[in-house]
Design a protein around this ligand. Structure first.
Ligand code: ADP
Ligand code: MG
Length: 697
């Protein structure tokens, strides 16, 4: 058996009791799990300070000196032990609240000690609570350099399992090794990238010999982590391309031609043309397409999807479009019907609120092939929905769907249909490479002509007066406005109340205008009616929650007011703002917040007012929040947790790892060469029995 698989309880200093805490608290079961539990910071313990150098802001100090006296202060539970400590340049108090007797008997006066801990200021004096103390065995003794600190949980601390104990366990772990740990990367990778061997990297990550070796160790472990993610993605992708034959749409026929000549409402942008060509190339390649179409809000993704559906139809295939909300699905349905008006194409709508009878009829018409294009919500993925010959699937606002949901569409025909997943939430490159690495990517990086960038402002709640005047003027000019309130699950009741209050307030303030209201709790029919009125400009103001966030298209709306904007993330704000600026008129977005804001929030507001570029905003979002929080990544394809690499800071390592992985997969797509055996084994271990995300993402 591989030494790395040794049960953690056999590691010196662990034992069964601690082992079970490690199992449940931080998922450490084997020696390898322990060694891969990396420190989160290091403290330089080779540096000694003088007492007179201490400042309140220091996270820690290390002093060398003597205890001159002990003193017990207070009674009962408030009792504490104070040792007066000096190095000749001043005095600090060392303080203990627990283990007083033990401490008092252990440490002696007038013995040279090294004291380490965090100083706190009390008046003009400093004290250090529960310091680490070591005896100076020789006069010039000083501790070793960099010392590792580990994250621990509350429960671990209660079982006396702190960072220092973990450090001891690491020592125990290395102590029990009779030989060097086996390498997890293939020798060609270690050599060509000039990586530290695994054993040395792990040793130096826990016990750095010096800062340079620590840096090399970090690089090696980060590289490895990102490399295996890339290798995993690329291997599956190569596999898929090899195995999955795709339908061939070889003809461009009468449907597309008729549409292009007679119905296309405007000239395509160059970006749209380019993307259509890219998708076309996929659909004649003989392999299944799995493509992400990225384009900022309002860039015209829907039209691209529609035109490809017509090509599918020209080749005898059905298509479907899945959208995350009923509002959006029915809006697409209406757009499609209008755009395709007098062409002989049958478009149908299927959502959760489609009645049983209509649904049964629809099921039959799908099977017979009578329906050419189906539009709908999650209802589409149900097992009862079966097609005659589904060839092309479009998923709109894909980040709203889980991987498993998207995967369901794959099995709706004997061969998986071509997949086009669309998103307006731009994905920063590093994230795209990890989370969506198995997708080919097309980008619409150009807005239709004549669009004016939305002007964005930030206003405080106290100053709504001027804002309302502005709103009045816009509506008098014939425009329409949205007012959006947050709705967060945890505070749903209060949020809905705020929305109701806001609605009443607005209706009272603007008796001359019609005001609509919409939130997710309303019946679908009600929502539809409110939306219809707003689309038809029968109502002028739409007061709503974020149900209108994705995709909704009312080009006449020119003002978006976002209440409590501080409660939204950057990407969401950008999505909301995308509801205006969809026509040729100048549009506005106003972020309303209280005066008191955290610095992060203020930063977010600044970014919004300064940039209209979805990519800039997504990058900033990634930096501010970290990748774990980004919408959609929870259910994304990242097969393993990142333990040491950071998608923001380590982007260069990621690109490097990607290149190396690409080279390997190009030469050896199934990793069958003997020197790649180790990579294959490692991949298998890393993905464990987790879901096979790679196949579908
Ligand atoms: P999104 O990419 O956000 O889904 P849509 O597909 O909803 O954007 O398109 C936004 C608006 O732009 C729609 O009203 C659509 O009709 C219009 N549009 C799309 N392509 C063009 C174009 N080439 N020229 C002018 N308007 C366009
Ligand atoms: Mg859209």
């Amino acid at each position: 058996m591989n030494i790395l698989q040794t049960d953690i309880k056999f590691v010196p200093g662990v034992g069964p009791k601690r082992a079970s805490v490690l199992n449940t608290e931080i998922d450490i079961f084997t020696l390898e799990d322990l060694l891969r539990y990396y420190p989160y910071r290091y403290v330089d313990r080779s540096r000694l300070y003088y007492v007179h150098e201490i400042e309140g802001s220091m996270p820690y100090v290390q002093l060398k000196g003597r205890i001159t006296a002990f003193e017990t202060i207070g009674e009962g539970r408030k009792q504490r032990l104070v040792a007066h400590f000096t190095d000749g340049t001043g005095f600090v108090d060392l303080v203990w609240f627990q283990g007083i007797r033990f401490i008092e008997s252990k440490y002696k006066r007038n013995t040279e000690y090294i004291v380490f801990g965090k100083p706190s200021q009390f008046g003009s004096k400093y004290n250090i609570a529960h310091p680490d103390i070591e005896v100076c065995e020789t006069a010039d003794y000083r501790p070793e350099g960099l010392f590792a600190y580990y994250n621990t949980t509350e429960k671990m601390k209660r079982s006396y399992l702190n960072s220092k104990t973990l450090n001891k366990m690491m020592e125990g772990a290395f102590g029990m090794l009779k030989e060097k740990l086996p390498e997890s990367l293939s020798p060609n990778v270690v050599e060509s990238v000039k990586l530290l061997p695994l054993h040395d990297a792990l040793e130096n990550i826990h016990f750095p010999k010096n800062p340079i070796l620590l840096r090399d160790a970090e690089f090696r472990l980060k590289f490895e982590e990102l490399f295996f993610i890339q290798l995993n993605i690329l291997r599956y992708s190569a596999n898929r391309k090899e195995k999955l034959n795709g339908f061939i749409f070889k003809r461009v026929g009468v449907y597309l031609h008729t549409f292009y000549k007679k119905h296309l409402p405007f000239e395509l942008t160059n970006a749209q043309k380019r993307v259509i060509k890219e998708i076309r190339a996929d659909t004649v390649s003989g392999k299944q397409m799995n493509r992400l179409l990225q384009g900022d809000v309002g860039s015209g993704k829907t039209l691209v999807a529609l035109m490809l559906m017509l090509i599918a139809l020209d080749n005898g295939f059905q298509s479907c479009l899945m959208a995350p909300t009923e509002i959006l699905a029915s809006q697409h349905f209406i757009t499609f019907k209008e755009t395709l008006a007098d062409m002989d194409i049958k478009v149908a709508l299927l959502t959760g609120s489609t009645r049983k009878k209509a649904r049964e009829k629809l099921h039959a018409e799908l099977l017979s092939g009578e329906i050419n294009i189906l539009i709908g919500t999650h209802a589409l993925i149900e097992d009862t929905v079966n097609f005659n010959n589904l060839g092309f699937v479009v998923i709109d606002e894909q980040h709203r769907f889980g991987v498993a949901q998207r995967a369901k569409m794959w099995s709706k025909n004997d061969r998986p249909p071509h997949m086009l997943v669309m998103t307006a939430t731009p994905i920063p490159r590093t994230l795209a490479m990890t989370v969506y690495g198995d997708l080919d990517v097309s980008v619409i990086d150009e807005l239709p002509p004549g669009r004016k960038p939305v002007q964005t402002g930030h206003r405080y709640e106290q100053k709504r007066g001027a804002l309302y005047q502005f709103l009045r003027n816009e509506i008098k000019k014939g425009r329409q406005a949205y007012i959006v309130y947050p709705l967060i699950e945890e505070s749903e009741k209060i949020d809905l109340q705020n929305l109701e209050d806001g609605y009443i307030h607005i209706t009272e303030l603007f008796p001359e205008f019609k005001v609509s209201k919409m939130h997710g709790r309303m019946k679908p029919a009600e929502k539809e009616e409110e939306m219809r009125k707003f689309v038809a400009n029968e109502s002028h103001i739409m007061v709503s929650t974020t149900v209108i966030e994705v995709g909704v298209n009312v080009p006449n709306a020119s003002l978006m007011i976002i209440e409590s904007a501080q409660r939204f993330g950057l990407s969401q704000l950008h999505q909301l703002r995308g509801r205006v600026g969809r026509g040729a008129d100048q549009s506005y977005c106003v972020l309303v917040t209280p005066y008191e804001l955290s610095s992060d929030t203020r930063k977010r507001m600044e970014i919004m007012t300064e940039s209209n570029d979805g990519f800039v905003i997504a990058e900033a979002d990634l930096k501010l929040r970290g990748p774990g929080d980004l919408e959609g990544t929870q259910q994304s394809g990242i097969p393993f947790n990142l333990r040491i690499a950071d998608l923001v800071r380590d982007s260069n390592i990621l690109y490097h790892a990607r290149e190396v992985a690409e080279e390997i997969i190009e030469k050896d797509p199934t990793l069958k060469l003997p020197q790649h055996e180790v990579l294959k084994r490692q991949l298998k271990k890393l993905s464990g029995n987790r879901y096979d995300w790679g196949r579908i993402s």
